[in-house]
Design a protein around this ligand. Structure first.
Ligand code: FDA
Length: 307
């Protein structure tokens, strides 16, 4: 991992820096590159615009690691409201949640109950619920919640991270559930014992795991979602899908709002299924720092906004 990436990821956990950033206009200007606005209405309006180009969205309210049940309850209620609006406006949108935002650290059973309620609401409205993957110490708990919710609802999927050494085994263990898996490279600061330190190893593992998911999709045993902006990887996965005779409608690509926007449109125009993940909310600091860490050159945008 590069020094710049590692430093930015460490800083993403600084409460002091978060406070300094949140109140500054230049930082708010820089963040706007990655979100249409801080409120849900902006995310829903952006969804309606993407829909005209045949692109769906994934909506997520920023926030993680809440420390009280009251905060978690508010997050659950917020997402129930989001699902209601998706349904009423008939938008091609799904929701993605972080379990620590729903109080995983405070009470795992209460968190599970909330995820069950959200999956039920998503199902009733013809939508879908994704579970994000956070730091490696949350993987076991996240997969446990996913398995239990998947036992009751079909419209739930989980994110797996290609940088983790354990992910190949996790994927094998999940495949009997005919899961929906969102495969990403991984965004956190992990020790070499847990995650591949070299990016090329993560990239190679991503393609190997992606190939396995496509093989399962060819037999109707998995629904892959490839969360990446790596255009070379996307091309190779599409090629592999064609070789395996997987219909392009059996898997999708998901990219973040504001990153490779032209390619999002191009892929959709070529017949690939594309979703854009839109984040909103005021708790953007750790999330924004992870975006900077993915491409340290983005720090220049912050400096330009400052000037
Ligand atoms: P890579 O980092 O190799 O980037 C490929 C190219 O994309 C770069 O060369 C650059 O041009 C462009 N690019 C990538 N990031 C950029 C940025 N921030 N700004 C500008 N350009 C950029 N992680 C996680 O741990 N848990 C999760 O639940 C999720 N969920 C998730 C959902 C979706 C839909 C996406 C797209 C990503 C995630 N991630 C995630 C983040 C993921 O782990 C990863 O950090 C980023 O996607 C960056 O990796 P890439 O696959 O894009 O490849």
């Amino acid at each position: 991992m590069s020094v710049a990436r590692s430093l930015l990821l460490r800083l993403s956990r600084s409460e002091w820096l978060a406070e300094q950033f949140r109140s500054r206009a230049f930082a708010q200007r820089a963040v706007r590159r990655f979100m249409p606005g801080e409120d849900l209405a902006s995310a829903l309006d952006a969804t309606a615009r993407f829909a005209t180009a045949g692109i769906g969205t994934i909506l997520t309210e920023l926030g993680e690691r809440v420390t009280t049940r009251a905060e978690a309850d508010a997050v659950r209620d917020h997402y129930l409201g989001v699902l209601k609006q998706i349904r009423e406006r008939q938008l091609p949108s799904v929701v993605s949640i972080k379990l620590t935002h729903l109080g995983l650290d405070t009470d795992r059973e209460a968190c599970l109950k909330d995820v069950m309620a959200l999956a039920a609401a998503a199902q009733a409205g013809g939508s879908f619920l994704w579970i994000d993957m956070e730091e490696s110490n949350y993987v076991d708990a996240t997969l446990d919640v996913f398995r239990r919710v998947r036992g009751a609802h079909e419209n739930v999927g989980v994110c797996l991270q290609a940088y983790l050494r354990r992910t190949a085994a996790d994927l094998d263990a999940l495949l009997p559930l005919k899961p929906a898996i969102r495969l990403v490279k991984g965004a956190y600061n992990e020790p070499p014992l847990v995650a591949f330190p070299a990016k090329r190893d993560t990239d190679a593992n991503y393609f190997a795991l992606g190939g396995k998911l496509l093989e399962a999709a060819a037999q109707g045993r998995a629904t892959p979602c490839f969360g990446t902006h790596d255009l070379g990887l996307i091309a190779r996965l599409r090629e592999r899908g064609t070789q395996l005779k997987v219909s392009p409608s059996a898997y999708e690509f998901a990219l973040l709002y504001g990153i490779r926007a032209d390619d999002q449109q191009r892929l959709a125009a070529q017949g690939a299924r594309v979703r854009v993940l839109i984040s909103y909310g005021s708790a953007w600091f750790p999330w924004y720092m992870r975006r900077l860490a993915e491409r340290p050159a983005n720090v220049w945008f912050v400096l330009r906004s400052l000037l």
